[in-house]
Design a protein around this ligand. Structure first.
Ligand code: FAD
Length: 423
């Protein structure tokens, strides 16, 4: 029996699906010991800190992750960061293969004047703020303005706009961080624009997300009929299936009659931001449009125009992604998920992607060569094991029960470690 040791760095969907693929490939001749290393005391990556709290069904994929983690030969090393707590060099001799699954968490910037004004923030900061990521609790999100603009035309922009525009009482039964629910309840934001640089035919939203907008109970959603008609004309006779499906969903929004709501979410297409205006704080956005320059006043701008990976020492990066060929980075070093592909694809995309990379990893393996154990490196560090994480998980779920929430997230790192019983 050949016994291989594999380290997976990052406990997001891609990391778990890589672990699952390895577990599926174990047989009478070979077995895999899997160590998953995660910088936070909590696993699940963007399923915990990205996916919108009003989409609880999507988060049930975490049950799959927990099943993978419950297998023998799986160990979680939470609260350990590759690059600061331990280095790639430390790991190389101790594992037969290392899989980077660290995602893509830095917001891309527009590179226009005014982007650094107070009141201009990235979705890469705003989303983890409302989702209770310990590193983002202190982000300043000024909601003392009646108008907010979300720049971007993908599902992240849509989540952000919806979170700003919905009635915050709808969040009471979700796992939105308490500090964010409190802030949303005090929010003066009533009009949320979502602006896209190109026409509706190029929007990266997916139709299920568009289709749920007319169902918002307390918010009018405005999509201008002319924008859709022009986009349909530009797309020609045979638009791709997903574009056609988006057009249908957009028509549905445009045809939905508006209610007596004081909250509005409005789509703007062919609006290219030229400058974020303001002196001490955001006061508006200057756009270039086919009809000339237009200024829209607002007190908050959130950019949702993509993500790039945070670099780790010893791992080569280019254009915000780990340099790789089909997931292979170097000898015994692989990459999966958003760190490999960039910020594209839904949770399920990472499953087939990780499985293909693990096949490649398997084809590279010879005889097991690893020596030593990671625990030798961690004698002075606080590790959150799978059992410790389960204690955190149970405590959060229990705290949510009386409030009808799936969980109440603990957002302070030290308190998470206390819940886990490790300090
Ligand atoms: C705002 C938002 C909403 C989304 N909503 C949906 C949705 O509704 N449905 C859907 O299917 N998909 C959604 N997605 C996409 C989905 O979240 C991604 O496809 C998926 O999370 C990518 O998985 P990953 O494992 O590559 O990265 P991540 O989920 O980001 O996981 C990476 C993990 O690595 C850890 N890590 C990072 N650096 C280190 C380090 N140096 N050492 C150790 N650990 C480290 C991180 O803490 C994190 O836990 C959404 C994405 C975003 C951004």
């Amino acid at each position: 029996m050949l016994q291989y040791k594999v380290a997976i760095i990052g406990a997001g969907p891609a990391g778990y699906f890589a672990a699952q693929a390895l577990q599926n490939l174990a047989n009478a001749e070979r077995s895999f010991s899997i160590d998953m290393i995660e910088r936070l005391p909590t696993p699940w990556g963007l399923v915990r800190s990205g996916v919108a709290p009003d989409h609880p069904k999507i988060k049930t994929v975490s049950k799959v992750f927990e099943k993978i983690a419950a297998e023998p030969n799986f160990r979680l090393f939470g609260n350990i960061e590759l690059g600061s707590g331990i280095s790639l060099e430390d790991l190389k001799s101790r594992y037969d293969a290392i899989v980077i699954a660290t995602g893509s968490s830095l917001g891309k910037t527009l590179g226009i004047p005014g982007e650094n004004l107070p009141g201009s923030i990235s979705a890469a900061d705003f989303v983890p703020w409302y989702n209770g990521h310990p590193d983002y609790v202190e982000i300043d999100v000024p909601l003392d303005t009646d108008t907010a603009i979300v720049i971007g035309a993908g599902n992240v922009a849509m989540d952000v706009a919806r979170m700003l525009a919905l009635d915050p009482t709808e969040l009471d039964v979700t796992d939105t961080a308490d500090h964010a629910i409190e802030a949303f309840k005090k929010s003066q934001v009533r009009h949320v624009y979502m602006s896209a640089r190109r026409g509706a035919e190029h929007a990266a939203f997916t139709s299920p997300e568009l289709r749920e907008l007319p169902k918002l109970e307390h918010t009018n959603v405005i999509m201008h009929q002319a924008d859709i008609a022009e986009a349909i004309a530009r797309a020609g006779d045979e638009p791709k299936k997903d574009v056609k499906s988006n057009f249908d969903a957009m028509q549905l929004i445009a045809q939905t009659s508006l209610g007596e709501h004081d909250r509005t979410m409005e789509f703007l297409f062919q609006h290219t931001p030229k400058e974020i205006l303001g002196t001490n704080r955001v006061e508006g956005v200057l756009y270039s449009t086919p009809k000339g320059d237009v200024t829209i006043k607002c007190g908050l701008v959130i950019t949702a125009i993509g993500y790039q990976a945070v670099a780790i020492d010893g791992v080569p990066y280019e254009n915000g992604k780990v340099i790789n060929k089909d997931g292979r980075v170097a000898d015994n070093l692989y990459v999966v998920g958003w760190a490999k592909r960039g910020p594209s694809g839904v949770i399920g995309t990472n499953k087939s992607d990780a499985a293909a990379v693990v096949e490649l990893l398997l084809s590279d393996l010879t005889t097991p060569k690893s020596a030593g154990d990671i625990t030798e490196l961690l004698t002075h560090q606080i590790v959150v094991t799978q059992e410790d994480w389960q204690r955190i998980n149970e405590a959060e779920v229990l705290a949510g029960e009386p409030k009808g929430k799936p969980r109440v997230k603990e957002v302070v790192k030290e308190n998470l470690l206390k819940l886990g019983g490790v300090i």
